[in-house]
Design a protein around this ligand. Structure first.
Ligand code: DON
Length: 311
């Protein structure tokens, strides 16, 4: 695994080109130099390196999980009545197209507007029910309960002016079901769920295997939903850098402003690992778009070295 270790070492120095997220106050105190990587294949062979014991919040990575869960609960056709599957090319928290593109339906579930719509559809009426249902769904994949980081949640809740504006706008247009404040709390709590890179890689592994968990040998969600999630990750998962990421890396991935990236490698052979491989990364220094700088550098070099682009 020496080659992987070298790639990580080289990628780590790129943290200097990014900064930790400051618009969520509790994220601003994290060490920007951290970098952790985990890879896991369908036989359970795994590789972990760097600061892999570090826990971090899912942030926008939760969007792909909540989308899958809501689709599995209500069916894709129903969910797509409330959110589209088109990339925007806009920042993740942008409001502009909600009004300019009628009838105000959010473009995709990977931007905040679409993800808030999806959070309103999480099964359950109260916040606790919505979150514990999501936690149970995640537990089927990682075998553990991921907890809400109350500090990150509170810090974001108190400063969520933009997300609050988006949520009320969605409600006014019929794209938010139920109560706005309950939805917003559920959305911010799902963003504040804590994971480590191994858990992220395991979730990626299940998505890579079209909803089948190769380690527990259970089907967690429908293959049709997994395919849609991967298409969304490829076209919208890295926000307004998704085009460049597809061009230079070429793997479905989803990032979060905490510096996490969940990525899937199909038909891969990376040293001792092979087949579909789940990848989890944590590198908290992010670029202006919101993606981990060292994490993206690592994936770019990994893709080149092992020819992982799906194109
Ligand atoms: O709603 C927000 O702004 C955050 N909870 C999540 C945003 C995020 O992770 C965007 N990622 N790159």
């Amino acid at each position: 695994m020496q080659q992987l270790q070298q790639l990580i070492r080289e990628a780590q120095s790129f943290y200097q080109e990014g900064r930790v997220a400051t618009y969520i106050p509790a994220l601003s105190s994290v060490d920007p130099k951290l970098l952790a990587v985990s890879l896991i294949d369908g036989n359970g062979s795994a590789f972990q390196e760097g600061d892999y014991q570090q826990f971090f919040t899912l942030q926008s990575i939760s969007k792909v999980i909540s989308f899958i869960f809501v689709c599995e609960t209500y069916g894709v056709e129903h969910v797509l009545q409330y959110v589209d599957v088109e990339p925007t090319g806009d920042p993740f928290n942008s409001i502009i197209r909600l009004e300019s593109h009628q009838p105000g339906k959010p473009f995709n579930p990977m931007i905040n507007a679409g993800a808030i719509t999806i959070s309103s559809m999480l099964p359950g009426v109260e916040v606790d029910d919505k979150i514990s249902n999501l936690q149970n769904f995640i537990k089927k994949m990682i075998g553990a309960q991921c907890e809400v980081c109350e500090e990150v949640f509170t810090s974001e809740w108190e400063t969520a002016y933009r997300n609050r504006a988006i949520a009320y706008y969605l409600k006014a247009n019929g794209y938010l079901q139920g109560d706005v404040e309950i939805t917003l709390e559920a959305y911010l709590k799902q963003c504040a769920l804590l994971v480590d890179v191994k858990q992220l890689a395991t979730i990626a592994l299940v998505i890579a295997n079209d909803g089948y968990h190769p380690l527990s040998k259970e089907r967690i969600f429908d293959a049709k939903i997994a395919k849609m999630a991967k298409a969304l990750m490829l076209t919208c998962g890295m926000y307004n850098a998704s085009g460049k990421f597809a061009a230079f890396v070429g793997m479905p991935a989803k990032s979060g402003v905490s510096g996490g990236i969940l990525c899937v490698a199909m038909d891969a052979k990376i040293e001792e690992l092979q087949g579909t491989i789940g990848i989890g990364i944590f590198g908290p220094a992010i670029d202006a778009v919101g993606n981990s700088v060292a994490g993206m550098k690592f994936l770019e070099e990994l893709s080149k070295r092992y020819q992982l682009s799906i194109f």
